[in-house]
Design a protein around this ligand. Sequence first.
Ligand SMILES: [Zn+2]
Ligand SMILES: [Zn+2]
Length: 341
Amino acid sequence: MKVARFHAPGDIRVEDAPEPVAGPGELLIRVRNCSTCGTDAKILKFGHHHIRPPRVMGHEIAGEVVTGTGAFEPGDRVQVIAAIPCGECGECRRGRMTVCPNQESMGYHYDGGFAEYMVVPAKVLAVDGVNRIPAGVGFAEASVAEPLACVLNGQELARVGPGDDVVVIGSGPIGCLHVRLARARGARRVILADLNPDRLEMAAVLVNPDAALHGDDVTEAVLKLTEGRGADVVITAAASGVAQEQALGMVARQGRISFFGGLPKDNPIIRLDSNLVHYRELTIVGANGSSPAHNKQALELIATGAVPVADLITHRLPLTDVLEGIDIVMRGEAIKVTVEP
Ligand SMILES: [Zn+2]
Ligand SMILES: [Zn+2]
């Protein structure tokens, strides 16, 4: 079968590999869609300390069961989690699976979905990490449940809810999902901002924010749009320290800020006026992936139409074009790119 394997930074190869075989307690699936995101671009550029090469990449996975186990039978349509909590540590036992210190990931510790066939490890099944795809949801849409699950985790932590004015900085696929989910959670107004006017325009046409802002005066524009209050929630969906610093200046009193996107690991320090946090009673939260339960809820949000994702998938490519797909992501020309092995 064909796979896309990471060998070293800058060296991802589409090559032949033997079809994997499921061991006891494992599933073998025929991958139908594995979508790409900024994480794949980051791995291509810099590698990742958890990846021991050669490793089949791909972590936004949907497919069909070939060899079943437990309740799963051949032909079942399934979506697979990306981040695998251990299920046993103190955090997992407290229900905080997104911050499990023993977390492993598909496409990092285990071969991922840029392949015709993939084994789902027993550890994934043990934490209920395989979800049946609801009727009416396609494989490509189901593959977007994983990033949507991460977005859901972020908005739960930032307590996005009815009546909130929400600013999303960054109009890539994650930013688009944030806009749609915020609306589904009852946000009053959702404002989308990006430095790149072309990408912002492409995203705004799809997700129709109440305002689309670019340029240097985003803070001023947000304050104006919110009658000087600022936004109840500001979400930075970009790997930008500047965006994180800006967020402090446009958030309302008692507002919440989600540092959803991480910063480059060689440049993670920002300047922050701690007195703004103190006097205005601000909450700053992070976000690290998603739990198996978030993945289930994300599939439901897609299935019920609360958060449509089909129209966010702008590119469908065969596995042989996976590098082109990652390149399109890096150039910011797509919303969501999915690979169909
Ligand atoms: Zn991803
Ligand atoms: Zn754990």
